[in-house]
Design a binder for this molecule. Structure first.
Ligand code: MRU
Length: 349
């Protein structure tokens, strides 16, 4: 793992940045495992430190994993490490979010195509380009998402339920689903953000609530298993979530607990909307069953709540929502609704 340093107070959220001090380039990432109690950054001067940061979820969330992968290749190149080996290590650090392998591949391709003396700079330039593209994708998704909501749920003043964390902590910009929520809030159209705590690693209570509180949003936290009763009470106008990998047929892998929300939303006729950049769409994966779902340590569950010594836990990091339960997929290139393989392929032009 890299070294920890204290972050300046009240600084804008910056999940990751490239720095070039005299002793060599480095990638500085906000350690998301320590939020919201501590705002500390991790300094990664080698790929092993970055891979450890990805594995521990200090750096997490699909778009940010893509940026970390690309900058990781640039770091290996700038520091004179074996870039091919570094790229492999990075791409395998987590299996489900396709953005990670995508970001690695983008920087690696730029590195391979450049003249040797320019290859490191080419990899860094590509990482920066991906970073800027992610920021503008997030703006475009927010605009499409707000428009879609106004069509699906007339009247404004939305009560939105979200799961996991999809804001500036996972993006070069305002994020995916949370980017839409932020736009609603700025327009005075967010009546309430319902934040699932998101067991077992609590990305909702630790990270989304942190971002919502910083932005002054009207938000309420709930235990994941309280969501059903919110629908029964008619308190949810729409569900907005992100994605880690969207298969060619529209099946969507996202944080475990997303699929049950989609089932309940359908039962209650509430729109269930996935917001994700096209970098999260993997047309090479035909369907949901073909998506590799990361299985994480049993201790992440057993450490959270008392259980008899030796208890083993089932701990998939993600689940897969079939396309027929998804009202719409919002990308930077437009909205896919109804969700069909043809319509999805068309926005991935
Ligand atoms: O395990 P994590 O915290 O990396 O999982 C993140 C999610 O599931 C997010 O919902 C997803 O990456 C979309 S982020 C825009």
């Amino acid at each position: 793992m890299g070294d920890h340093v204290k972050r300046p107070e009240n600084a804008a959220i910056s999940a990751l940045r490239w720095e070039e001090p005299p002793d060599g380039p480095m990638l500085v990432v906000l350690d998301q495992t320590r939020l919201p109690l501590e705002e500390v950054e991790l300094v990664c001067t080698d790929v092993q430190a970055l891979v450890a940061a990805i594995g521990s979820l200090a750096v997490r969330g699909a778009p940010l994993l893509g940026l970390a992968g690309a900058y990781g290749v640039a770091l290996a190149a700038a520091r004179g490490y074996d870039v091919e080996e570094a790229a492999e290590l990075l791409a395998r650090a987590r299996p489900t979010a396709v953005n990670l392998a995508y970001g690695v591949q983008r920087a690696l391709t730029a590195y391979r195509r450049a003249e040797p003396e320019e290859a490191a700079l080419a990899a860094l330039a590509e990482a920066r380009t991906l970073h800027a593209q992610d920021a503008s994708a997030s703006e475009a998704m927010a605009a499409h998402g707000v428009r879609l909501l106004s069509e699906l749920v007339p009247g404004g003043g939305y009560r939105v339920l979200t799961h996991c964390n999809t804001g500036a902590l996972v993006s070069g910009g305002q994020g995916t689903a949370f980017g839409v929520v932020s736009s609603l809030h700025r327009a005075g159209e967010l009546r309430r953000l319902w934040v699932d705590e998101t067991r077992p690693l609590l990305q909702g209570s630790r990270l989304t609530a942190y971002e919502a509180a910083r932005a002054g949003m009207p938000y309420t936290l709930l235990a994941d298993n309280a969501a059903g009763s919110l629908f029964t009470a008619g308190e949810v106008d729409a569900v907005l979530v992100g994605a880690d990998r969207i298969a060619a047929d529209g099946a969507t892998a996202n944080k475990v607990g997303t699929y049950p929300l989609a089932v309940v939303a359908r039962y209650h006729h509430v729109p269930f909307i996935v917001v994700a950049p096209t970098t999260t769409v993997d047309l090479a994966t035909p369907d949901g069953a073909s998506i590799e779902v990361e299985q994480r340590a049993s201790s992440e569950v057993t450490d959270l709540a008392p259980s008899p010594l030796g208890t083993q836990a089932y701990n998939p990091a993600f689940d897969v929502t079939p396309p027929e339960l998804i009202t719409a997929i919002v990308t930077e290139n437009g909205v896919v609704s109804p969700v069909t393989a043809q319509a999805l392929a068309a926005v991935c032009r």
